[in-house]
Write a protein that binds this ligand. Structure first.
Ligand code: NOS
Ligand code: ZN
Length: 385
């Protein structure tokens, strides 16, 4: 191993400081346990399984660790349950932006389903405006404590419900006003994305952007529909694309037509390793398809999905991947640039984030070893030649 590769294996501290880009994070999957307890107390929500924040955090992680997407999703009734007022939404969104910024995320697209936050009498518009306000506050507070982050919202429609067109119209109305795109989420098996074709066709006519949760709890047909019937710009998870890739005994790799299409068209895959382990979409970090997909140069990105349920953060996801695959700061930069290229904000802004924020951030981290080595070993590892 050369000194360069030793230095390039990032420490947890470097991973945290590295500029990271997050495309797949659910607002209602990332609350601080302490906030849930306080919001429940304030609103009279009495169904929480624990009222001690630490125990509640453990409860979410364990309950979500069920091996099935359906059971994983049941835990959201408690977070959604305390997000029914304007103040609660502003607070949760503000803390989300602050927590991501603290973790070194410089750009995030955070999604939630407005239709799930109407029980306290808010309108869809009031929900969107409250969340946007929280994100703006969080960005400002982050800046005051020395972090820079930009957060855009994705509006999600629930795939078992029938409000997708309405939510797509909402996303279009709030375009350039804090909302950057649209998504569908919820149980995948039995709810193919083509159920919501009208919403996707509407968004295409409006030149708007959308991603679809596909290839998580269901396989290739779901990915195929999301791309070829619905026209998704990105795939939420998409891990099952691995079913269309054959690795032969001699190490050669054969891609089926769909996997080839995904790679050739540079379709971004929003991969969420820890979440996949909990829902049974993958068996371990080492065996997670992200390793192969990155090697094969698919447009792979690293994401959190639900920081609360998966007890994770962007830094933790990268720590797991560094452990499993020996990734370096160069790999981290590759994932981050991939994610930024795949964001739903305008091209010039993506480019500026890549050239003026992400690349300089990694260059700074990557250069640190030069100075550390000079100071600590004063030339003892210099090779003759
Ligand atoms: O990994 C996932 N797959 C599918 N649906 C999900 C996942 N994580 C969260 N949600 C669903 O998206 C809603 C809006 O944020 C959440 O309430 C949850 O039901
Ligand atoms: Zn998700």
């Amino acid at each position: 191993m050369t000194s360069q590769t030793i230095a390039n294996t990032p420490t947890p501290e470097q991973i945290r400081r590295a500029p990271k880009v997050l495309l797949h994070d659910h607002l209602d999957g990332g609350l601080r346990p302490g906030t849930i307890v306080e919001l429940a107390r304030g609103s009279g929500y009495a169904q929480l399984p624990e009222t001690d924040p630490d125990k509640l955090g453990v409860w979410f992680r364990e309950a979500a660790d069920s091996g099935s997407l359906e059971r994983y999703l049941e835990t959201f009734s408690h977070t959604v349950g305390v997000m029914q007022t304007r103040d609660a939404l502003v607070r949760v969104a503000r803390e989300c932006a602050e927590d991501l910024a603290e973790d070194g995320v410089v750009y995030a697209e955070v999604r939630y389903a407005p239709e799930q936050h109407l029980e306290g009498g808010l309108s869809l518009e009031e929900v969107v405006e409250a969340v946007n306000e929280g994100f703006r506050e969080g960005e400002r507070l982050a800046r005051e404590s020395g972090h820079r982050i930009r957060v855009g919202a994705l509006l999600t429609a629930m795939r078992h419900a029938a409000r997708a067109l309405e939510i797509a119209e909402l996303a279009n109305r709030y375009r350039d006003l804090g909302v950057v795109g649209f998504d569908i989420a919820g149980a995948e098996a039995g709810y193919p994305p083509t159920r919501h074709l009208d919403a996707f066709e509407y968004l295409k006519r409006e030149n708007n952007h959308f991603t679809i949760h596909a290839g998580e709890a269901f396989g290739l047909p779901s990915i195929w529909q999301a791309l070829q019937w619905c026209g998704a710009d990105r795939l939420g998870h998409g891990v099952r694309i691995i079913d269309d890739i054959e690795v032969k005994d001699d190490g050669t790799v054969h891609l089926g037509r769909l996997a080839s299409y995904v790679r050739d068209k540079r379709i971004p895959l929003e991969m969420c390793p820890s979440s996949n382990l909990q829902t049974g979409a993958a068996t371990s970090y080492v065996e997670h398809p992200i390793g192969l997909l990155r090697r094969l140069h698919f447009r792979t990105t690293v994401n959190t999905d639900n920081r609360l349920m998966s007890h994770t953060s962007m830094s933790r996801e990268f720590e797991h991947l560094v452990d499993a695959f020996g990734y370096t700061l160069d790999d981290m930069q590759w994932f981050s640039v991939n994610a930024m290229k795949s964001a739903f904000i305008p091209f010039d802004e993506r480019l500026a984030m890549i050239n003026d924020v992400i690349k300089p951030g990694y260059a700074e981290l990557k250069s640190e070893w030069l100075f550390q080595q000079t100071a600590s070993t004063s030339g003892s590892t210099v090779e003759e030649g």
